[in-house]
Design a protein around this ligand. Structure first.
Ligand code: CP
Length: 318
């Protein structure tokens, strides 16, 4: 890797709207460097030796938590995990006291996932260490949007302007959709969303997206399709009368991809409901980037941990 000094101005990462094009370019370049390390026989470098990262996940996670843990360890940081069930949150300790307690152990970065929108900002305003939002309520999932951007850059190169991405599924409950729409629209991607009216938020009218409720029309000539997980645990309000009908109208299948561009790719942040969000055949097809997204997640989170944990060390050195 080249010896360079990188300016990284952000103490915290709360959502992608705080990042300018230069920040995104730095992250994509650093993620590409770390992706190369992830393909070596020995996947470890000493750049964060002596740094510590707390993974505070008060909501379940497979991909985000594990990839932050792997990312930290590959950079030689010490990583420590705290989940809701094994924390004193279950005894009634407040989020403020829990986070001040974690800070007293002098971590360099705290990564937080929480069911409440604004939880990451709440910590960032109170703690001296860096805070990374790993998903807060329905609000934001900035590291997912950044890793999706990195996955797309590996297919599209630097040419995002004019590409068309369709996001299909449960838009209302999706922090992934919100962060991706902010980030990719700023990079010049044309965005479409497709969902039943009951799974589109009122605010969609003000977003930089075309809105569809017919998947055949929405997918036409798209360069990529991002399927979202139907959040079955949040469907108590009767937003969907019938799952079979939802699957028939909104599950992405091979028939739809024939209407997209011939080289169109499929993304899904996971976890997948096969046969509801995307057909099993497409999820496992060569068009699918789903597992590439997981690999991109490790590289992008290495880039973020590296930049944030070294920002006060007189310039990050790679
Ligand atoms: N995409 C994503 O956030 O997955 P996990 O919930 O498994 O972390």
């Amino acid at each position: 890797m080249n010896e360079t000094h990188i300016r990284w101005p952000h103490k915290d990462l709360l959502d992608v709207d705080q990042l300018d094009r230069q920040d995104v370019a730095v992250l994509l370049e650093q993620a590409a460097n770390f992706q190369e390390i992830n393909q070596r026989p020995v996947k470890k470098v000493p750049v964060l030796r002596g740094k510590s990262v707390v993974l505070f996940f008060a909501e379940p996670s497979t991909r985000t938590k594990t990839s932050f843990d792997v990312a930290g360890k590959r950079l030689s940081a010490d990583t420590f995990s705290l989940g809701k069930g094994d924390s004193s949150l279950t005894k009634g300790e407040s989020l403020k006291d829990t986070s001040l307690t974690l800070q007293a152990m002098a971590p360099d970065v705290i990564v937080i996932r929480h069911s409440s929108s604004g939880a990451a900002q709440f910590l960032a305003e109170r703690l001296d260490c860096g805070v990374i939002n790993a998903g807060d309520g329905w609000h934001a999932h900035p590291t997912q949007a950044l890793l999706d951007c990195f996955s797309l850059s590996q297919v599209w190169g630097e040419q995002f302007t004019g590409k068309c991405l369709l996001i299909v599924g449960d838009i209302t409950h999706s922090r992934v959709a919100r962060s991706n729409i902010i980030l990719l629209s700023r990079l010049g991607v044309r965005l479409r969303v497709c969902a039943p009216r009951t799974l589109l938020p009122m605010a969609v009218a003000g977003w930089p997206v075309e809105v569809h409720d017919n998947l055949d029309a929405a997918v036409r000539d798209a360069d990529a399709v991002m399927c979202l997980r139907l959040q079955l645990e949040r469907q108590q309000a009767g937003l969907l009368p019938d799952l079979a009908e939802y699957s028939r109208r909104f599950c992405l299948g091979p028939r739809h991809m024939e209407l997209a561009k011939p080289d169109a790719r499929i993304l899904h942040p996971g976890p997948i409901n096969r046969g509801l969000d995307v057909s099993a055949a497409l999820a496992d097809s060569p068009q699918s980037l789903i597992l590439d997204q997981v690999a991109s997640g490790v590289a992008m989170r290495m880039a973020l941990l590296f930049l944030m944990a070294t920002r006060n060390d007189g310039g990050a050195e790679v």
